[in-house]
Every structure is written in C-alpha cells, then in structure tokens.
Design a binder for this molecule. Structure first.
Ligand code: MN
Length: 754
C-alpha cells in the first residue's frame, strides 16, 4: 500500500483513480504487459513530486499521469514511453538526476527522460538561442528515438488542455508556440487528432469570441447536417451491405480552427463554407490481401449512386502522404446538389490517420518488414540539415518548419522514376532533392521537354530534367527560389562557406596591403576602416574586400594594389574606391531612437496593458505589419527599446515573436473612447454596373461620414473589384460599413483585408 502523500484524502483518491485508469488503458492495448515497471515508475514519480501542486491547485503528479494517459490512449505507445512520460518532469523539477533514472529504470527510459528534460519548458524560453540549440538536440534525439517528440507532444497537449489556469501573457506565449511549432510537428508526424486539438485550443485562447461564435454556429447547424448525412449515406449503406463488407460511416465535421482559417484566408462568412461536413467510410478488408482493391471497389459502388467530381479524386492509397496518411478521397454530388467529400480508408489506415506512425507499431507484432520508409526519409533529411550548422537558430527553425505543413506533389525524373516533393516546390528544389551537385550547378530545367528557369514551380505529374553547367555557382537570391528545407539549408551552407573564403582572402589582401604601405595592422586601424565603410564589424570588411577581389578576377587584384600603393597618404579613401564597399544604413534606427517615444518605466509583462487615447499616443506603437484597430484581438511585444508594439494576435510576425521571444509578450486590451482613427483596408467584389462606384462612395462619405484615404477600382469582364483604405475608429465601424455596403446592388463581397 502507498503511504499517504497528500493531506487531503479526496486528492489521494483522485490520483489513485487517474493512475488506475492509465493502467487499464495500457492493459487493454496490444502491447506486452509490463505492468510492474509502470507501477514502479508511478510510485517513483509520485514520491519525487510529493507536496507540489500545479497552478490549478491539483497535485503535481496528475500532470505526468495525464501525459502518460495520452501517450498510451491517444498515441498508442507502450510501457517504455508510458514510464518515460510518468518520469518526464522528475529530473527537471526535483533533485533526482538522469543517472538516478538510469540506475533504476535502465538506459532507454533514462535517454528519453534526458531528451525531454533538455527541452522542458517551451522550445524557446528566456534564452531563445540556447533553447533553439536544445531544439536541435531534440531533433537529433528524435531521429534516434522518435518517442521523445511523441511524449513531448503529449506533454504539450496536456498543458494546452489546462492552459486556463495560466496568466494571459503566458497563455499567448504557449498558445503561440503551439501553433507555430507543435501543431506543424504533429501534422508531420501524422498525429492528426492531436494536431487538430492543439490548433483548436490555441485558437480558443487567442480569439475567444470568434471561437465561441463558430462553436455556436456549428451547434445551430448540427441538426441540418445530421439530416443531410443520413439522407446522403442511406443508399451508400445499402450498397456496402450488398457487398458484404464490414464498415463504419462517420461524419467528419471541420474543426473551428480550420473553419476560421478558411473564413480568414478566403474572406467568406461561415455560411459560405461548403465543406464543413465530410463523410468517412472505414472498412475491414474482406481478406488480408484485398485491402487496396476493396477500397477501389467501394469507390466504384459509390460512383454508381452519385456523380463524382472528375478533378477531385485523391489517391493517397497508392501514393501515401509523407506522414503515412493513406486513403481514397472522392467528392460526390448529393441529390440536393451539394458536393460532399467522401474519404474511404481501411481500419488500419484510419488508425494511422488518427494516431500517426506510432500506430504502425501496433501492427508491428510478427511483421518485421513494415514500411516506416517515408518517416525514415524525413528523419534523414532532418539529420542532413543538422549536419550543416546554421549560426542563426531562428532561421534554422524556419527552415525545418517550412517542410512540416507542406502537402505533396509527384514528379518524374527523365527515367520515369517517381519523386515526392512538397507543393509549390521549384525546379531548383527538385535539383537539390536529387543531389547537391545538381542543385549547386543548376542553370535551368526542362519540364515536360520545355525549357524553364530554376525558379519554375512544379506541378504534380511533371517530368523534370535538370540542366547544369560546371561554371554555375550558387547565388544569394536562390534562397527565394527554394522552398524545401533541404535546398534552403544547402544553399545557405554553400554561401556561408563562400563567405568564409572571401573573408580569408580579404583579410590576407588587406594585411598585405597595409604592410606594403607601412601602415600598422592594429585593431584601431581596422576599426577605422570598418567605420569608414559603414560596416558592422571587421569580418564584414574582410568579406566585402574578398568578394570584390573575386568579382574583379585574380588578374585585376595586382592592378588594384598598384593603384592603391601609388598614393599611400590618403589610404582610407583610396581603399574605398577600388573595393567600392557598401555598408548597411543604420540611420533609420537612430531616427527612431531620436523620435523620442517616452519609454515608460520597465514594463511588467505579467500585467495586461490597456490601450486608450492616452497610452496609444504616448507609449505604444501600432504595428506596421498587421495594422490592428480597436476591437481586434491584440497583444503587445516589448521591443529592444522598452517600447510596446501592438500586433494582431494572428499576425504572422507576432506568431514568430510569440514562439521566439515569448517572455516579452504582454497581454493587451482595448479601452478607447472613439477619438482616434485607424487605417483599415476593405476589398470589394461584385458585378459591375453604371453607378456602382458612386453608390459605394456615396454610402461611405455621405451616409457613414467615413474618411477615405485611398481607393482603387478595376473592372475586368464585367467584374468589379476594388480596394479601399479608410479611417475607422474600431471593429464596430467596420461591421457597420460592411453591413451598409452589402446593400449596394451587385456588390457580392465586402471583406476586411487582414
Ligand atoms: Mn510536463
């Protein structure tokens, strides 16, 4: 029997019940039953965390138990992972060390706990670069043992589920980081259910009102969807019964976050989102060998009932997605004239779709040649990227992140080999995906036998032949043409190597030059040169000189040197002429400093700030990137000069700041008195007619008394499109304007541009 660790027996009972639930879940799984080890880990963790409570007031041990529960129930992992999950905060929060864990639980569990300890807290904590270093370590550990990241995912999910007890600025930081890195990682690992929940929870904390509105609308339309679903699936069930197949048909309702995302990107109201309902058919194969053919046979049956959309069939059966997803997607026309997507997948495929690659392990028993191929390939890419160390941790993260969300296309090599690449990838990406040499010497490509530049975007089904030249070299602007993590990482690595060479040559040349001119090679002299050329440091000076030498070619260097040495009295000026160095302009920054924002005393990020006429004019700055107006969900970011910049919560720049410099995020709320006006942008669309424009401006200026800043109109083939920049007080103004403009005959869309 366990000793009493909590003074409160209700707590004691709650902890015990949570653990029993975990044990039961584990015992009902397909894993080998190592119950004793789990009990041992539980008792150890419980002892280690005794007396400590979470912010919510619960005994701390409830958190590791909950994480272990997710690991077992929702990711489908076994005893090693469950133990590591139970122990995941022990090293971080108590006096026990990784060695202690290793002595008691062995090297495997200790290794996983160690990986988890290294990345505890956020991926980026107070010291962004050190934490990004840790993130790299995590990715390395992950390529050795994927369970580290899977448990980390469970940890984050539980923290998101209990985020309500945190202070608002912490909520934004954690929610932001979750959306920025954990949801994409979950997607990449195929943990679809967890990804969706993480997105929804982030959305809920960042935009509570919109979240609630969408929830309400989903509830209001539920009955309607049920009827549609029943009517649509009735004939399908009949057919499947005739086939003698075992199946389950489910409604897939789009998540609030995805709905909101679509409303934002397409500028449409909830009512115009047509794919809220999808239908999922999950079947048990008739025979072990017929899993794939059963799927297509089901499709054939369905296409006899409903007309299929010719362009919307997606065969993820023969070409699984990189995250392992397999299914056949078809879009069918219901008898009421609506397109409905139907996803057909076997039970096995469904498990993988919901739980990701971990689900593979469930089917692993007695089957050694399972295909984790795509995951392995991805982990290899990560390893390759890690092999080229990047000095800037944030750039590195961006590079990795790029490839997390991308969906795939298929292209062919000239020999007919199939290659899978992310959507929107270019010929250059393709070249790098085959070989670094091919990429770095690429001058263009032939796509379907037609000549295209390296920046050409590839389409699924393209046949691509890469053209190279030995004299071709990697150019800095190639970074803009590359979309895959691999190509980007290779390009920056090559450019960096080149820069180091420039630097070396530049330094040698300069020293030779100084010696030849009897000038001292002191740091003071070098500093003078750096300042004179308006460069950041001596490395930049050496690089600039080296680059110039390269550009002019070797023969010319002597000529330059001669010219320079001919007049050594004014050597600073002379040096600047032949090398033509240019520096960055730091004037802008200075101007901003001189502008004299009254920096208020040290900003306490724990206290939410209130935005009103007074504070906005004197202390806070409205961000240029997203132009928030009163009523928008916003947050503040404390910049290097202790000023608070106000961003919209969904602003991409703010997302990056939340993830990288979360401790500088401060919660902000509007409290304005409708005196200040802010710029907002509306886009209009409709069918053109005579008088349309005057109707629009009439409403704006006469009826609503709104000040128009800028108006652009374009009419093409009878379609009227316009952009208006106008001054408003707040979000309410925008709503009124939208309502009034929607009354203009012919005007179909009025949307605020975010
Ligand atoms: Mn934890």
């Amino acid at each position: 029997m366990n000793e009493q660790l909590y003074d409160n027996s209700a707590d004691e009972q709650m902890v015990e019940e949570a653990f029993q639930h975990l044990l039961n879940t584990y015992l009902h799984s397909k894993h080998r039953k190592k119950k004793d080890l789990i009990v041992k880990a539980y008792n150890f963790a419980r002892q280690a965390h005794k007396g400590v409570r979470r912010r919510s007031g619960e005994p701390y041990i409830m958190h590791p138990i909950a994480v272990a529960q997710i690991v077992s129930e929702e990711i489908g992992l076994g005893s090693t992972s469950i133990c590591a999950a139970l122990l995941h905060d022990v090293v971080e929060d108590t006096d026990y060390t990784v060695e202690d864990i290793e002595n008691i639980f062995g090297p495997k569990i200790a290794m996983i706990v160690d990986g988890l300890t290294k990345i505890s807290g956020g991926i980026f904590g107070d010291h962004a670069s050190a934490q990004a270093e840790n993130f790299k370590k995590l990715l390395l550990t992950m390529s050795e043992d994927i369970r580290v990241i899977l448990i980390k995912m469970a940890d984050r999910l539980h923290n998101m589920r209990t985020l309500g007890s945190m202070i608002p600025s912490k909520q934004f930081k954690i929610a932001g980081e979750t959306l920025y890195i954990y949801a994409p990682l979950a997607h990449r690992l195929g943990l679809n259910k967890i990804k969706t929940e993480l997105e929804n929870l982030s959305f809920k904390y960042e935009h509570p009102e919109e979240f609630q509105q969408i929830q309400n609308k989903l509830a209001q339309t539920e009955a309607e969807r049920d009827v549609l679903f029943d009517e649509f699936t009735a004939p399908i069930r009949k057919k499947l019964d005739q086939m003698g197949i075992n199946y389950e048909i489910k409604q897939r309702v789009k998540s609030p976050y995805s709905i909101w995302n679509k409303m934002q990107t397409k500028h449409i109201p909830f009512e115009e989102i047509y794919d809220i309902l999808a239908v999922r058919i999950i079947y048990d194969p008739l025979d072990t060998n017929t899993e794939l053919t059963d799927c297509f046979n089901i499709y054939i049956q369905l296409s006899q009932i409903y007309e299929a959309h010719p362009e919307r069939m997606r065969d993820w059966i023969n070409h699984p997605k990189a995250n392992g997803y397999q299914a056949l997607h078809v879009t069918l026309m219901s008898k009421k004239g609506e397109w409905i997507e139907v996803q057909i997948r076997s039970r096995h495929m469904d498990d993988i779709a919901e739980q990701g690659f971990a689900a593979h392990w469930k089917y692993k028993e007695g089957d050694d040649n399972n295909d984790e191929g795509e995951l392995d390939k991805w982990l290899m890419t990560i390893k390759e990227i890690l092999d080229d160390p990047q000095p800037n941790a944030m750039d590195f993260l961006e590079t990795i992140k790029l490839n997390l969300y991308a969906s795939e296309i298929f292209v062919f090599t000239p020999k007919g080999e199939l290659k899978m690449l992310p959507q929107n990838c270019t010929a250059l990406d393709f070249a790098f995906s085959i070989h670094t040499f091919l990429g770095s010497h690429c001058i263009g490509a032939k796509v379907n036998h037609k000549l295209v530049p390296i920046s050409h975007k590839l389409q699924s089904g393209d046949q691509v032949e890469i053209l190279t030249s030995k004299s071709q070299r990697v150019q800095p602007n190639w970074i803009d043409f590359a979309t895959t993590a691999k190509a980007k990482a290779k390009i920056t690595a090559i450019l960096r190597r080149e820069l180091r060479e420039y630097q070396k040559n530049g330094e040698e040349t300069l020293i030779e030059f100084l010696e030849a001119n009897k000038l001292e090679e002191t740091s003071e002299n070098i500093d003078k040169l750096v300042k004179f050329h308006n460069l950041s440091d001596k490395e930049a000076l050496f690089q600039a000189i080296g680059k110039k030498i390269f550009e002019l070619g070797t023969n010319d260097i002597d000529a330059i040197k001669e010219r320079v040495s001919a007049n050594s009295t004014n050597w600073k000026k002379l040096l600047s002429l032949p090398f033509g160095l240019n520096g960055k302009n730091k004037k802008k920054q200075k101007e901003a400093e001189e502008k004299g924002f009254a920096p208020i005393e040290k900003i306490d990020t724990k206290k939410p700030i209130t935005l009103n006429e007074d504070t906005l004019q004197n202390h806070y700055i409205i961000a240029d990137c997203c132009h928030p107006i009163p009523g928008d969900d916003v947050l503040g970011f404390v910049d290097d000069n202790n000023r608070v910049v106000i961003h919209k919560r969904q602003c991409p720049i703010a997302a990056k700041l939340k993830a990288s410099l979360g401790t500088r995020i401060v919660a902000a709320y509007w409290d304005t008195h409708r005196q200040l006006t802010f710029l907002a942008q509306l886009s209009l669309k409709g069918i053109d007619r005579i008088g349309m424009l005057s109707d629009v401006t009439g409403i704006l200026s006469k009826e609503l008394d709104v000040n128009i800043h800028k108006l652009t109109i374009e009419v093409n083939d009878g379609i009227f499109e316009g952009d208006i920049l106008l001054y408003v007080h707040d979000v309410e103004d925008i709503k009124t304007i939208k309502r009034n403009l929607q009354k203009v005959p012919g005007l179909t869309t009025v949307a605020r541009i975010e």
